[in-house]
Design a protein around this ligand. Sequence first.
Ligand SMILES: Cc1ncc(COP(=O)(O)O)c(C=O)c1O
Length: 429
Amino acid sequence: MSFDNRLLKKIRREFPGVAADPAGRKRAFLDNGAGTLVTRRSALAEAVTRINWSANVGNYFPESKGAGETILEGRKAVSDFLRADGPETVISGESCTSLLFMLSYALSRNFKGEENVVTTGYEHYANINPWAELGGMGLITELRFSKFDLDTGLLDIEDMKRLVDKNTKVVTVAAASNVLGTRTDLQEVGKIAKEAGALFVVDAVHHVAHAPTDVKRMGCDALVFSGYKLFSRHGSYMYLTPELIERLHPYKVDPSPKHGPEKWELGTRDQAMFGAIRGALDYLVWLSDPKAKACPKPGPQRSARMRVAMEKIETYEKELSRIVLDGYGKQVGLRYIPGLTLYGPHEVTPGIGRDPTFAFKLSGYDDHQLSKLLWDNYAIAVGAEDYYSRVPAQYKAKTMTRATFVHYNTIDEALHLLKALNELASKQR
Ligand SMILES: Cc1ncc(COP(=O)(O)O)c(C=O)c1O
């Protein structure tokens, strides 16, 4: 196990809301897929930015200079986190949904109506409608969905190979399904895209909190993620290759910059979101080596520290996933609870792994009833909805119950969930 108890306690102290809700009720927060809790460092950095650097950029007084510096430092931190080409490749936006719309519209200016786009069968609609809209406007022939196996939750790579052809201009995939927890083999999909001469776009919104992200290793042309799924606040980021940043023409107003990430940013930037994400990423630097005194300067050393933190997180979450799936001690795991249908991988997928996201249904309960019972009787926060995903419909379901763990969750919380589900299952027998 990569975190011993002392480290886990320290980690939990970094998250003010981790043990109890605002009313003081102790609870297990397992709705992280909808948005993680915020780290103290991010909230404080946001507050400092709001109070000290509230002016608009581009002027000579300290509030304005501070705003500009905060934005630049935020971009540098995101670039280090993604192992990108530098701050000038990091674009900010209101949400990943809006950034993907920006990207699809900018790309489609060069389409002739003969092109197609390929994606997976388990996407969030944020990575569907931006491309489907192009079909509605006659700018692409179709948006093609690659199948996934309904039993294992894994992407059918052979099907994706069949769907990609010489007219495929974009292959755009979730790094992990926000419902099933399935991870996409990004190396493999990236290869398919490149061989066809298509752009490779990655929606990392769900996956970003669970493993290192390395845009160079993936060979992607664009990648999006959101601060509120990475221990920060709302506001999202898109990596684009330097070549695409300059070559494409996003919608913009005339006076705004013609080059660099600012060309892509609609209206005034929000310096507080940059302050906040820097705070969250400083937390990762701390986590990589809690005894280290100083935070390294922006650049490869800091990037390596962030990677170490994400590797530790991934190792710990793998153990958590195994416990949730297989059970531990007296607690029967999700795979074996009678009456419980688990969707997605039933094991930590060899090689690519899986995110600690578990969607299920328990016979005898509808999802809303189940999530309310888990909250009211067991103080466990989980989701019950469609998660804006294509997944539930493919299992002929409107909703699913979902528990999503992140690294600040404990084994006790995992066992508490299993105990609760085992008890509720036994009431139906
Ligand atoms: C995989 C995935 N993509 C996209 C989104 C949407 O992100 P945003 O709210 O930043 O638009 C989500 C949100 O849950 C998601 O899980």
